[in-house]
Design a protein around this ligand. Sequence first.
Ligand code: GLC
Ligand code: CA
Length: 542
Amino acid sequence: MVQDWFKDAIFYEVFVRAYADSNGDGIGDLLGLTSKLDYLKELGVDALWLLPISPSPLRDDGYDCSNYVDVHPDYGTLEDYRTLVEEAHKRGLRIIVELIPNHSSDQHAWFQASRDPAHPEHDKYRDWYVWSDTDQRYADARIIFLDYEPSNWTYDEVRGMYYWHRFFHHQPDLNYENPEVQRAMMRVLQFWIDQGVDGIRIDAPPYLYEREGTSCENLPETHAYLKRLRAFVDAYAPGTMLLSEANQWPEDVVAYMGEGDEMHMNFHFPLMPRIFMALARADRTPIEQIMARTPDLPESCQWGTFLRCHDELTLEMVTPEERAFMWEVYAPEARMRLNLGIRRRLAPLLDNDVRRIQVANSILLTFIGSPFLYYGDEIGMGDNIWLEDRDGLRTPMQWEDGPNAGFSTASKESLSDPVIEDPVYGYKQVNVKAQEADPDSLLNWTRWVLSVRKQHTAFGRGRLHLLSPENRAILAYVRQDKEQSILLLHNLSATRQETTLELPDGGGQLADLLSGEVLVSAASTTLPVALEPYGYRWLKLG
Ligand code: GLC
Ligand code: CA
């Protein structure tokens, strides 16, 4: 197996619960997803990242896990999971599942034993979570779910002590000081490797350990444990990719790659809001600034990039002024905001303007790293801000204009989440079937650009050279590997823009990868360019 397959991959994030319901109970499931693998293959993605599928009371859509080594009965069985993997592999698609090491659900048997002195296994589990007599420890750790939680400590009546939690109070943090916890999580990893996985997303890795007087994030002890997970993977199932979700500044994130001996990938969180900022300001400066503080990664590692995901569009990694600007532009209504972010989908964020959706995706697909698409964004699905928390971004996939958008044959009332029905983004207007039939649809555009990306290794593996045209509404860069050099041009503004570019390696032929046209035969190193509003070009040099 190619060990660094993830460098060439296009990823697709899918919420199993909302994708396709195979048994008509109103809930999406693993066999439903399996039935859509041909669609995904045709879309052109390479790897599917599944949101949590293990048993859970679902107060945080499975990020509150109550049994790490099984499948939630709503979604099917372990056998269904193995069927999914087998069918995916037959089509050359890879599967990535979640490991949630930082915390479990308070319904997990470990926590139930830990909290209750009368529990027969209390002695074994008492130190599996972070207990304290006071709620004053680790006061320098920030609260992440600001809209819901007043403190990182919650008092437990049964134990008569406080327990530590970085997220919801029903998600107690596991105690990594305890070697048994360390081993237990290693066994969970092994379990999922045994079921067949190609990669594991490590949820919320920065918070595994706590130390007084620190932010309790990115601690050396945490990195040491993550390195042990990696060493295990390298010994037991080499080629299994570890993708970490450290929502941190680039200089802190590189630590998660170690010297190529920790995580294979990490999302570039701070880049994402800056793509939106650059579009809103018609000025590439925010992207340049974050790239200036983005260190090189170890050769064997890769960034993950994205525009949207299942969480709010996070504004943790921006300044307070930038956050205020982003909220004003992209979340004018209070219900669009959540914690330090924006709970909206891609198409509504960009006013359903297909030019803006395409230029944003063009940047995503050609800039650094490996891109992640969020299910439904390939057809421009909308959101429902009247649902609670992040549920409005996680509504059923819109397959067709028939009942329940083709997601489920259950009665409308028994759907786990309502389908979107508004006049602009509702399933009658926005659905896969209609877009498959329309050559100009966003879906067909997405299929096409994904197929072009896949033909050029420079996008996944090449170096990035940012160019500095005088016109700051133009984002221009070259992606270059041993085989090819590709010049990418993006107009971030709503008006036509012109500039003259200084090409790094002189002139030559420029073949437009999207239109097939051979653009210029410039013998000189300067190239005059003109771009339509939100226009973009992918030009192969030489
Ligand atoms: C991660 C997940 C998010 C979840 C949180 C707590 O940030 O992406 O959805 O709520 O972890 O587990
Ligand atoms: Ca079902």
